[in-house]
Design a protein around this ligand. Structure first.
Ligand code: SF4
Length: 433
């Protein structure tokens, strides 16, 4: 299958363009000036139900929606577009809006590792055991998710972009940090890289023979957006040989697959691609945020987890939509998120209950909403860290005042009249570094 990209420039070439109303085309034209837009022929031809495109979860996942910008921002750009304003003027206005959309959530700028006094701008080391590596050639995706929390990577806001080519520095940093057992190669989507480029990175890492580096993870949405990467792309077989290199070295290759909806698991192509990846000895773990308009239903989640298990994958995370970009449009309240998670979890068997959530990846760590309960007459959220900037914070229950409208950690206040959460003083000191 030949890969065909569609962006704001050429999406009118898609075969189904006549199905999209003129008003919706104008919305795409306006919103795509601010937030990234890219889709491809697999998504348009095999995933979207064009007879019901307005409500189709995959259409909403890929094509810009009016509600993704607040009305004032939308109208500002729409006026410029309608009046035929110069692209530089539109760009300037779009950049102003982007800066108001919290482009760097969860204090990511504080996670840069330092090697010999220099910051490694293409890496993050937030949790003890895991280092993230953003190879330069992997900083795009086969299509863009409308909710993407890494959207600044794709908008040309270069000063906000994480990426690096120098794998040697990564290797040196890993050697100096025996606590790191996992290297997560992420993006964008590292699976947009050629097998050759990935091989260069992987071989350097494996050849360094770092004993404490046990697991290599690859974060990718390619199974959902372009499963032909593992089937018919010219270097599909070579790519799978690189995976085999990792598993043959005795290390675990964990393919962290990003699926947002059961439709993405339904095509013959994705089923074959999953089989081919698993045949390399890699394990596939699945994750997704909970998203209004796309998957905010317990039925959708339980179906997704069941199908994943049936296909040999391991459900891993349900995330809460991050406080960036179009969060207002996609966000689900913490209360509702917990309810959806709980109801979906009760409908699946024990082997699908490997999934954890709903979890917020926020500045102090990954905070799970364990439940809503009442203690001494006060209604509270019970919370716990799944991961923490200090690993000692993990698995300690703590409590926030119940707030039915809270969408994110920053909206929460400590329960029982306390002034701050137990980790806040230490966190403030960490962020001074
Ligand atoms: S695949 Fe991941 S990085 Fe790429 S657009 Fe989607 S959420 Fe963002």
């Amino acid at each position: 299958m030949k890969y065909q990209i569609y962006t704001a420039r050429n999406y009118r070439q898609i075969a189904q363009i006549d199905k999209i109303s003129k008003e919706d085309q104008r919305t795409i034209d306006v919103v795509a000036h601010v937030l990234p837009f890219k889709t491809n022929n697999y998504v348009t031809d095999e995933l979207i139900d064009w007879n019901n495109y307005k409500n189709d979860p995959i259409f909403i996942l890929n094509f810009p929606q009016k509600g993704m910008l607040n009305p004032e921002h939308f109208n500002r750009i729409a006026m410029l577009v309608d009046s035929g304003a110069d692209t530089n003027i539109i760009k300037e206005e779009a950049n102003k809006i982007r800066h108001q959309l919290n482009p760097h959530p969860a204090g990511q700028a504080h996670n840069l590792p330092v090697l010999r006094g220099e910051k490694l701008t293409g890496a993050q080391h937030k949790y003890n055991e895991t280092m993230l590596f953003f190879p330069s050639q992997g900083q795009t995706c086969h299509a863009y998710c409308t909710f993407c929390f890494r959207w600044p990577q794709f908008t040309g806001m270069d000063n906000l972009k994480f990426a690096m080519k120098e794998v040697d520095a990564i290797v040196d940093y890993l050697r100096e940090h025996p606590e790191i057992s996992d290297l997560l190669i992420t993006g964008g989507d590292p699976m947009v890289m050629s097998a050759n480029v990935l091989d260069t990175y992987i071989s350097k890492i494996l050849d360094a023979d770092i004993p404490h580096l046990q697991n290599i993870r690859i974060g990718s949405k390619s199974l959902a957006f372009w499963p032909y990467r593992y089937l018919t792309d010219p270097d599909a077989d070579d790519l799978l040989r690189v995976f085999e290199k990792v598993t043959a070295s005795g290390r675990t290759l964990a393919f962290m697959a990003h699926f947002n909806h059961p439709t993405e698991l339904s095509t013959p192509a994705v089923k074959d691609a999953v089989k081919r990846i698993r045949a390399t000895g890699a394990q596939i773990r699945t994750q997704s945020p909970l998203l209004n308009h796309i998957n905010a239903s317990s039925m959708v989640w339980s179906e997704m987890w069941k199908k994943q298990v049936q296909m040999g994958m391991i459900p891993y995370y349900m995330f809460i939509a991050r406080d960036t970009g179009a969060q207002e449009y996609f966000g689900v309240s913490l209360n509702r998120a917990w309810d959806i998670f709980r109801r979906a979890y009760t409908k699946v068997s024990g082997i699908a209950r490997t999934v954890r959530g709903p979890s917020m990846s926020c500045t102090p760590g990954k905070v799970r909403v364990s439940g809503v309960t009442e203690i001494n007459g006060e209604k509270v959220f019970a919370l716990e860290f799944i991961q923490g900037r200090n690993s000692d914070w993990v698995n300690r229950p703590f409590f926030a005042k119940y707030d039915p409208n809270a969408l994110w950690m920053d909206d929460l206040k400590p329960a029982f009249g306390k002034k701050e959460f137990f980790f806040e003083e230490e966190l403030a000191e960490m962020l001074l570094d």
